[in-house]
Design a protein around this ligand. Sequence first.
Ligand SMILES: CC(C)(COP(=O)(O)OP(=O)(O)OC[C@H]1O[C@@H](n2cnc3c(N)ncnc32)[C@H](O)[C@@H]1OP(=O)(O)O)[C@@H](O)C(=O)NCCC(=O)NCCS
Length: 183
Amino acid sequence: MFAVSLREDAELRPLDVWHAEEFAEHMDRARDHIRPWVGAAFVTKDVDAARNLLRRYADRRAADEGGLFGIWLGGRLVGGVLFVSFNADWGNFEVGCWLEPSAEGRGLITAGCETLLEWSFRVRGMHRAEWKCRADNERSAAVAKRLGMTLEGESRECWPYEGRRYNKQEWAVLAPDWRSENG
Ligand SMILES: CC(C)(COP(=O)(O)OP(=O)(O)OC[C@H]1O[C@@H](n2cnc3c(N)ncnc32)[C@H](O)[C@@H]1OP(=O)(O)O)[C@@H](O)C(=O)NCCC(=O)NCCS
């Protein structure tokens, strides 16, 4: 319905229930790449599961508690950014992201997250943006760093995956720091 232009031939748009088939096709290209690093519930297996996921996020956006936004590169859905949580009462929100492998390395996620942070801090008056990732997820931590976030700590062995438990990092940036870095 509406789109924000990112870099190159790329657009950020709301990802809605009517995108279920497109999302399912994209997930076929992304599944193996993202599964180690995101929650199992996000990695949908077919169109019905995709529709359910998109509906859950649509409901959360309607409740002002989350939201899902796709990134289209050359007209193809290649990944996206999301409000994992959004608590307007407390002024805190968490941002997440994913990409299919062919779209990595172009700055699309950094640009998409900048759009979410800019809107949250300046339009919504939010105070704290959080970012959580597996401690060995170097590409994800690099995005947090590029967004000007600070590594605040690590929760030990809280992330189970395929018989092992991994540490989780928590990064954050506060509104005054964002504004002073971004004019
Ligand atoms: C995490 C993930 C989304 C990061 O993707 P990414 O492509 O590295 O991140 P960006 O889109 O911001 O691109 C940054 C890369 O583009 C490059 N780049 C090119 N132009 C750029 C620009 N204008 N601005 C910023 N970076 C740019 C950067 O140098 C960087 O490449 P490098 O890491 O080789 O140096 C991706 O690796 C992924 O999907 N991983 C699996 C799922 C996952 O981990 N999700 C996060 C869970 S916490």
